[in-house]
Design a protein around this ligand. Structure first.
Ligand code: ATP
Ligand code: MG
Length: 581
């Protein structure tokens, strides 16, 4: 490819709407252009990267015994009603109606479709196990599309679905996919950590996410891990042991006392001169429009996904101060945020209040609690006497670094991760409601035991930029770089420089290297800047030193430079490209 012909417009500035480096660099280096919120054009350079990621994924999935197919992007409502997700899937599901009034959706994922294919075809245990996958665009009307390709609305995903007759076979396939994923991300130049995770709207029980660890904002997940053992989990699933704490109050009878201006836990602790570990904190959440009051020891925080799962919800947010006041008034109280408590709260938004307590509250005795009266708290309270213990008592606590590993008891650490892929054990979550069954060896019909396995193709490419870049631009890992090498003649007017550059270019191309020759009549500085920005793994510069028979060879990843013979430079690149797999 000749740079003069390459479809690429690099920009001088970063786009103003980009927050994370992969978004900034992919736009500035001419890989992507935004069409509308969360929807991007993949320009030629990007498309080459994406196709390479796809090829790696395809090769490893095929090697692992999965078979590729392609399902439609538009899906009929009826199948989603069978699984129960038409009503359950929230605002992310993009619904549309055709000219005949039939309701459809744009596929955010394909469990329903694949399950319908399986039940039509896989009728006998003899045909199982099977793993089917596709690589395709998905659409999710994400609440907050952001970070460019990391969280788009339209994005490319590899999704695989396995069907088995036993948990044992599912376990085997889960491990098989785990191994394939490890290879895939390694080949893409990414180090990943497999962490335990919540299985969310997709359902099921066991699941792991493959995270690219990063210390930037691009890492939307907090990952808790232990250095002493192999424990690691997404914060939405992490658990910990707590060190011993003072959870018994000094009061020997319950009484309501004045606590003026104690709107925060800190103010209350200071006023009463007690640690926060003997206060019961009440937090109002809105889950699918319904009020949920979470009770937790006041030094700890609520993990929203855990709370949402505890009440079987799909959407959760903390209530606003206005909503809290409105609920108080509705239930006959005159109080505000800071004084809320469980007693006497009955309803809000036309729904009864659901109470959920975290396990930490079980240790509380003679504690302090809000009673929905401004500037007052109850001290010396006890469950079963002054406060009713909620029916739901479970783990809704957000783990914090320094708490103890649930496996080995050593302090947990926290870092951030970009989820590039995940594997789920679905069990019969889809096959049962959709009546997707096979006939077993004993002649009985049984639902398939399923698994599903996703990889964000476009997110993986963006994660590679997050992991490989510097202040000058991208440093593509060789296996997914749009081109392997760029050859830069410093002066296109210099005959010898041009001839050597063309010779190197031809040699590289002949040996299967994807190369670009920068034949533009531009200053060398401009060419170097573009080469760094676009992120070619190798740069061969033909300048004045060619008079001594040398070219400048640069490795983008390490920024190492050396003056070597043209043949040597070509040989290094050819060998590296041949060793990619
Ligand atoms: P997240 O928690 O990041 O929203 P998810 O749990 O919704 O991800 P899945 O539904 O399991 O993800 O999708 C499989 C893979 O698709 C994810 O591991 C991720 O790599 C990718 N993916 C999911 N949502 C997006 C998105 N909005 N933009 C780009 N890639 C995405
Ligand atoms: Mg999601």
């Amino acid at each position: 490819m000749r740079m003069s012909k390459l479809f690429v417009q690099t920009l001088r500035e970063f786009p103003s709407d980009a927050e994370v480096i992969s978004h900034k660099l992919l736009v500035r280096a001419g890989f992507i252009r935004k069409l509308t919120s969360g929807v991007y054009n993949y320009l030629p350079l990007m498309w080459r990267v994406l196709k390479k990621v796809e090829t790696i994924v395809r090769e490893e999935m095929d090697k692992a015994g999965a078979q590729e197919l392609l399902m439609p992007f538009v899906q009929p409502k009826e199948l989603w009603e069978e699984s129960g997700r038409w009503g359950a899937y929230g605002g992310e599901l993009m619904r549309l109606t055709d000219r005949h009034g039939r309701e459809m959706c744009l596929g955010p994922t394909h469990e329903e479709i694949i399950t319908s294919i399986a039940r039509d075809s896989l009728k006998s245990y003899k045909q199982l196990p099977v793993n089917l996958y596709q690589i395709q665009s998905k659409f999710r009307d994400e609440r907050r599309p952001r970070f460019g390709l990391l969280r788009g609305r339209e994005f490319i995903m590899k999704d695989a679905y396995s069907f088995a007759t036993s948990q044992e076979d599912l376990d085997k396939e889960y491990q098989n996919m785990w191994n394939a994923y490890t290879k895939i991300f390694k080949r893409c130049g990414l180090e990943t950590k497999a962490v335990q995770s919540d299985s969310g709207a997709i359902g099921g029980s066991v699941s792991h996410e493959f995270m690219v660890i990063t210390d930037t904002d691009a890492g939307e997940n907090d990952v808790f891990y232990c250095d002493s053992c192999d424990y690691s989990a997404n914060s939405n699933h992490a658990v910990s042991k707590l060190p011993a704490a003072d959870t018994v109050g000094k009061w020997n009878k319950a009484e309501v006392i004045d606590t003026p201006n104690t709107h925060t836990i800190e103010e209350l602790c200071e006023f009463l001169n007690i640690p926060s570990t003997i206060i019961l904190k009440s937090l109002l959440y809105i889950v699918d429009k319904k009020p949920v009051l979470a009770l937790i020891r006041a030094d700890k925080n609520v993990e929203e996904t855990k709370l949402m799962n505890a009440v079987g919800g799909l959407d959760i947010r903390i209530a606003t101060a206005g909503e809290i006041e409105e609920m108080m008034t509705l239930n006959g109280f005159d109080a505000e945020k800071g004084f809320i408590g469980p007693n006497g709260l009955k309803e809000y938004n036309g729904f009864p209040v659901t109470f959920v307590a975290d396990e930490t509250v079980k240790d509380l005795k003679n504690f302090v609690v809000g009673i929905n009266q401004k500037d007052k708290h109850m001290v010396g309270a006890n469950f079963g006497v002054d406060i009713k213990m909620p029916e739901i008592v479970t783990d809704i606590r957000l783990v914090e670094a320094g708490e103890l590993c649930p496996q080995c008891g050593k302090p947990l650490k926290v870092t951030r991760g970009i989820e590039v892929g995940n594997i789920f054990q679905l069990g019969t979550k889809y096959s049962k409601p959709m009546n997707a069954v096979y006939t077993d060896i004993d002649g009985k019909t049984k639902p398939y035991i399923m698994g599903c396995y996703g990889i964000g193709i476009s997110r993986t490419a963006a994660a590679a930029v997050e992991a490989h870049h510097d202040e000058h631009g991208i440093k593509w890992p060789l296996a997914i770089a749009p081109y392997h090498a760029v050859i830069i003649p410093v002066s296109t007017k210099d005959e010898l420089q041009m001839k050597v550059a063309e010779d190197i270019y031809n040699t590289l191309v002949k040996h299967g290297v994807e190369a670009v020759i920068d034949d533009r009549d531009e200053r060398a500085g401009v060419k170097f800047k573009d080469a760094d920005l676009i992120g070619f793994p190798y740069r061969i510069t033909v300048g004045k030193t060619i008079n001594e028979g040398l070219v400048e060879f640069k490795i983008r990843e390490t920024e190492e430079m050396s003056n070597i013979k043209p043949e040597e430079a070509a040989e290094i690149v050819v060998t590296a490209v041949h060793n990619i797999k």
